[in-house]
Design a protein around this ligand. Structure first.
Ligand SMILES: [Mg+2]
Length: 196
């Protein structure tokens, strides 16, 4: 589902690479079901990374599971409001976010219409497909940054070959080393933005 689309960049004539990012644990610290501004603390290096990507001509696209909506912890409206607040925080630093896609569903704990095994929920690649429908993307040169294997699984399924797994906050992947198509990093400053 779409929370935000930058219409200026959504129908470019020539394909641009995209920097795809998970939200919780990559853009902001993952305290668990963050839906309030006061709990939204930006991760170190995120402004620098997105600024570099902007200048290099990458689209910046956020793909985030938000099962907290499905679980009834917060509403889509609250998520939308926090999204706009976040986009403005980036805008204050001259950083343009191009799209925010989210999946509010959960196959077990979702309530009502949100109780659904859905392709948009990572490790499904549905949010990447939504992004590909909305933007003219050069998938071969696109990147993904996530802090869970499910982020990377989703992006590999979508055909992305340059994946960064951030283990900064994530204890579960402490001992993981680089494997094919995945580079394990401990800081956002290690994401390599190639010129295009
Ligand atoms: Mg995450």
């Amino acid at each position: 589902m779409k929370a935000y689309i930058n219409s200026t960049n959504s129908k470019k004539l020539y394909p641009a690479p995209a920097l795809f990012l998970d939200r919780d644990g990559v853009i902001n610290y993952n305290y668990g079901y963050v839906y309030k501004e006061k709990n939204f603390d930006f991760m170190p290096g995120i402004f620098e990374l997105l600024s570099l990507a902007n200048k290099a001509g990458y689209l910046i696209l956020i793909v985030t599971n938000q099962a907290g909506i499905g679980r009834g912890l917060y509403t889509e409206k609250q998520f939308d409001e926090l999204t706009l607040w976040m986009i403005n925080k980036f805008k204050e630093k001259n950083i343009v976010i191009d799209g925010v896609f989210y999946s509010p569903f959960h196959p077990v704990y979702g309530k009502g219409k949100y109780l659904l095994k859905e392709e948009t929920r990572k490790p499904g690649s549905g949010m990447f497909k939504e992004a590909l429908n909305e933007f003219n993307i050069n998938i071969d040169n696109s990147l993904m940054v996530g802090d869970n294997f499910s982020d990377i699984e989703a992006s590999i399924n979508a055909g992305i070959k340059n994946n960064f797994l951030l283990r900064d906050q994530n204890k579960d992947i402490k001992d993981i080393k680089d494997i094919k198509d995945i580079k394990v990093i401990d800081s956002l400053s290690k994401v390599i933005i190639k010129p295009i």
